[in-house]
Unconditional design. Structure first.
Length: 81
């Protein structure tokens, strides 16, 4: 079946977003909302997304600091005069 370029773009975007949503639902408490009302739903989604983004930031920071420490431990060879 032929698919238009716009639909292909939407399908690619959806396939990139769906795993993130699944991960947020399972690992960041979006499966069950304990906050009341529509504002509670909104707040729960925002806090879950913020927690997910914070975990990504911590993972990046850990890698960056590991690289920085590894680079600082490399000692240059002395240059013979």
């Amino acid at each position: 079946r032929r698919v238009t370029p716009a639909i292909k773009r939407q399908m690619r975007r959806r396939s990139a977003v769906e795993p993130v949503i699944g991960h947020i639902k399972s690992e960041h408490r979006m499966g069950r909302n304990y906050l009341a009302g529509q504002q509670g739903d909104t707040l729960n989604a925002i806090l879950a997304a913020a927690g997910y983004n914070f975990s990504l930031l911590l993972r990046w920071l850990k890698g960056f600091l590991s690289l920085l420490i590894a680079l600082l431990q490399i000692r240059p060879k002395p240059v013979a005069a």
